[in-house]
Design a protein around this ligand. Sequence first.
Ligand SMILES: Cc1cc2nc3c(=O)[nH]c(=O)nc-3n(C[C@H](O)[C@H](O)[C@H](O)COP(=O)(O)OP(=O)(O)OC[C@H]3O[C@@H](n4cnc5c(N)ncnc54)[C@H](O)[C@@H]3O)c2cc1C
Length: 306
Amino acid sequence: MRRLLLWMAGNRWLRERVPRLWFARRAVRRFMPGEDAEAAIAAAQSFQVHGISTLLTRLGENVTRLDEADAVAEHYLGLIGDVAERKLDGEVSVKLTQLGLDLEVDRTLAHASRLAARAAESGKTLWLDMEGSAYVEQTVAFYERLKADHPNAGLCVQAYLKRTAADLQRLLPLGPEIRLVKGAYAEPASIAYQARRDVDANFLALAVAMLEAHRAGKRIRIGLGTHDVRLIEQVAEHAAALGLPKSAFEVQMLYGIRMDQQRRLAAEGYLVRDLIAYGEAWYPWYMRRLAERPANVLFALRQIIS
Ligand SMILES: Cc1cc2nc3c(=O)[nH]c(=O)nc-3n(C[C@H](O)[C@H](O)[C@H](O)COP(=O)(O)OP(=O)(O)OC[C@H]3O[C@@H](n4cnc5c(N)ncnc54)[C@H](O)[C@@H]3O)c2cc1C
């Protein structure tokens, strides 16, 4: 089921047609508050009341024209400004292929640099998502270039990839801001752990390595992008054993998923950030959410028939 859903996520024919179906638009509302930035900002305001900060992302990837990438960059510049103006504790996360990585790397770097500079004005981080394995080396190298001029740049890394431990060691001297996730794409066994227990074990090992670096006085911001509460507890135990406070790491979850846990963790004093996605190009992203928990397919079907 997971493989099928991930195949569907990458299928161009479906990508063009499914979003036009009214019932699909209705089902996706579970994972996003709306298609425009205003809906996302309104949701961010309501989270802030519960002590939960936010990450905002406009859905879209693999743009095929430079003017599309330019428009995305302009959109994010405006969004970062709006978030600062409303005094929201919100940060922005972008996909490099949405900023034109497939087309022109230097222009993508110029876009990301402007966004990072704008985010720095309000003391915020600009996050880079991690995409499929074809982009990983390029994204890590891009992050190194961006980070050289913009200390407030953050990067997502994926625990299912066997290379990530080495990537982390490579990035540690930069004083990185890292969002660790399990990984959302279909990757082959040659480069990625396939069994859930292996991915979880690597996630824990990577999180502990980051905590130890932090404990040793290295500059690092640690984000755990997961809904796996058991894993979060294990990381929290390691942090406590190292004598680190709850604020040593931040838990990041997606809008609409495990909201009860997000509120509970925030109430218990953990730093919690909710990723709010919005935009019209939600199809591949939504299919990856279904793939993460095939029970969501039943939920989507129920939405259709109710
Ligand atoms: C803030 C954030 C940013 C992310 N950024 C990236 C990125 O840049 N690149 C990337 O490859 N991946 C990214 N991901 C996705 C990530 O890689 C995983 O695919 C996703 O988080 C599901 O894995 P999990 O860690 O929650 O653990 P799982 O083991 O998949 O799930 C743990 C438990 O959480 C619940 N759960 C998980 N997913 C869902 C869901 N979709 N619907 C309902 N319940 C669910 C279930 O109860 C499940 O038992 C991001 C995730 C988060 C939270």
